[in-house]
Write a protein that binds this ligand. Structure first.
Ligand code: HEC
Ligand code: HEC
Ligand code: HEC
Length: 436
């Protein structure tokens, strides 16, 4: 009888000991030293060519997209990212000494980009895509630093995040990194040519294409076994860029080049939603870099193996384009004729750039109707996709009307199974848009 409490006490002690060890271990893994603050570099401290190269890289990394609130000062942060784990706000990366990175040395900046650790030693959340920025070379990181540190400082205090306890414990990010972060600059594949490697460097590193096009696991890390397999991001569907891409015509090197350079191709469609921001960001990259991205993704998508039946696909799409241009009894057909046909109908021999051919569009052919619904609700602004071209929003149409329109287009222009529960899906997309 008297032994039991002793056993119990021993077990308790062992458990406590393990807990202390665990906490100490986590602390040891998670602890990073602060890097000493510097006096903000004087304006003119950086060579003009470094700043110019940094500006191009900042564009290609969409730093401004995430670090600026709509209508706010560029790079002053505060942009809200809604994640599955709560809202995370981007920080102020202007060189303001108090609220920005004005007192960050280049070493502190490089550490943040390579391993997601702030100057004070705290861990940053992977909503900041350091898992990609870690691939950037020292030289390019130095140029980015030069560019940011020579911006106009802007005082803007960080906004509080809404990540719940215990996920908001920054030290826990060390565990995440241990499991998912492969740190270090890009290593070229010697079996590939220079253009492929340049494309891979930009894609995996600064331009982080996988951050949107690769699905994530339960704790928000990109799934390595499903690179570029397509994912839902910010309420848009980023299609697969592998050979599982739904577009009826393969994304050849030429098509990818035209799309990434100009924002649209007649054989595929326009860059809309968050992809429009990407095309804006890439716009300062030289043609050779866009070509390199096209070379890389033509390979990722196995375009060479997919091409061959282009003439047949095109002829089929153009034949379907006539559907709905005559008066029909179908409700969706009537809507299409009234609201869409005037701008989207194409005639043989080829679709026109300014009249996106819906039968060739991933929005219509993919498994998920989200992008089609969003485009119909919001239209497309003149700055997105084809420069100067726009599509008006149709948010005044009811959920049932948009659903029947989508079902009709899917049925007449693709060989795919009907989308299920369309009306509920339209309501859901509308709800997500208004944030209610
Ligand atoms: C997808 C959105 C996104 C993009 C793109 C992005 N950032 Fe960030 N960044 C964030 C978020 C969110 C944080 C804050 C993370 C946190 O609080 O843990 C952050 C934090 C940082 C920090 C740490 C600053 C601090 O005060 O702790 C630096 C430095 C930084 N970003 C630089 C950049 C640069 C340079 C680029 C472009 C090459 C860039 N970011 C692109 C979202 C982004
Ligand atoms: C006034 C002309 C006009 C009307 C009317 C119109 N569209 Fe569009 N639509 C366009 C243009 C132009 C674009 C490409 C915009 C760009 O790239 O800037 C576009 C783009 C699209 C896209 C996106 C294609 C992509 O590549 O992602 C879809 C989907 C679409 N339209 C469907 C519709 C539907 C459905 C209707 C009817 C409800 C409709 N459109 C009505 C002109 C129109
Ligand atoms: C911020 C998120 C985001 C990033 C980063 C991103 N994309 Fe996208 N991408 C999207 C979304 C959303 C779509 C679908 C909207 C559309 O069709 O315009 C898309 C569409 C595409 C398409 C058209 C696919 C199709 O079948 O219609 C291509 C090609 C593409 N992206 C390539 C890239 C490349 C290359 C990069 C990196 C340089 C990249 N994306 C980075 C979100 C992103």
């Amino acid at each position: 009888m008297t032994r039991r409490p002793i056993v119990f006490r021993r077990v308790l002690l062992a458990v406590l000991g393990l807990l202390v060890l665990g906490v100490a271990g986590l602390f040891a893994i998670a602890w990073r030293p602060a890097i000493a603050p510097i006096d903000p570099p004087a304006p003119g401290a950086f060579a003009a060519d470094r700043i110019a190269r940094g500006e191009v890289l900042a564009g290609a990394g969409y730093c401004a997209t995430c670090h600026t609130v709509p209508g706010g000062v560029r790079y002053a942060g505060g942009y809200a990212m809604r994640t599955a784990f709560g809202t995370i706000h981007s920080t102020n990366i202007t060189p303001d000494p108090q609220t920005g990175i004005g007192r960050w040395s280049e070493a502190a900046f490089v550490r943040a980009m390579r391993s997601g650790v702030a100057r004070d030693g705290s861990h940053l959340f992977p909503a900041f895509p350091f898992d990609h920025f870690t691939r950037i070379t020292d030289q390019d990181l130095g140029d980015l630093y030069a560019y940011l540190m020579s911006r106009e400082p802007s005082a803007a205090a960080p906004k509080p995040n809404t990540v719940p306890f215990p996920l908001n414990v920054r030290a826990l990010q060390a565990g995440w990194k241990l499991l998912f972060l492969r740190q270090g600059p890009f290593t070229p594949d010697r079996t590939r040519d220079e253009a492929w490697n340049r494309g891979a460097y930009l894609a995996e590193g600064v331009s982080h294409c996988g951050a949107c096009h690769t699905p994530r696991n339960a704790v928000g890390a990109e799934r390595r076994d499903a690179a570029y397999a397509g994912a839902l991001i910010d309420g848009w569907q980023a299609p697969a860029l592998t050979d599982a891409n739904p577009a009826p015509l393969a994304w050849t090197e030429e098509a990818l080049y035209a799309y990434l350079r100009s924002g649209a191709t007649a054989e595929h469609g326009s860059a809309v939603g968050s992809m429009a921001e990407v095309v804006h960001g890439l716009s300062k990259l030289p043609d050779a870099d866009i070509r390199a991205l096209a070379v890389y993704f033509a390979d990722v998508g196995r375009a060479a193996a997919r091409s061959g039946d282009e003439r047949t696909v095109l002829a089929g799409a153009l034949a379907a384009s006539g559907e709905g241009t005559r008066q029909e009894t179908d409700r969706g057909a009537g809507l299409y004729l009234a609201a869409c046909a005037a701008c989207h109908y194409n005639r043989a021999p080829a679709p026109l750039l300014a009249r996106p051919e819906l039968a060739l569009n991933s929005a219509l052919v993919g498994d998920d109707p989200t992008n089609l619904i969003r485009v119909v609700l919001h239209g497309v602004g003149t700055d997105d996709g084809i420069p100067g071209a726009m599509m008006p929003p149709f948010a005044h149409l009811g959920d049932a009307e948009i659903a029947s329109l989508a079902a009709y287009l899917r049925r007449t222009r693709t060989g795919r199974a009907p989308w299920p529960d369309l009306e509920a899906k339209v309501a859901e997309v509308r709800r997500l848009d208004t944030g209610t």
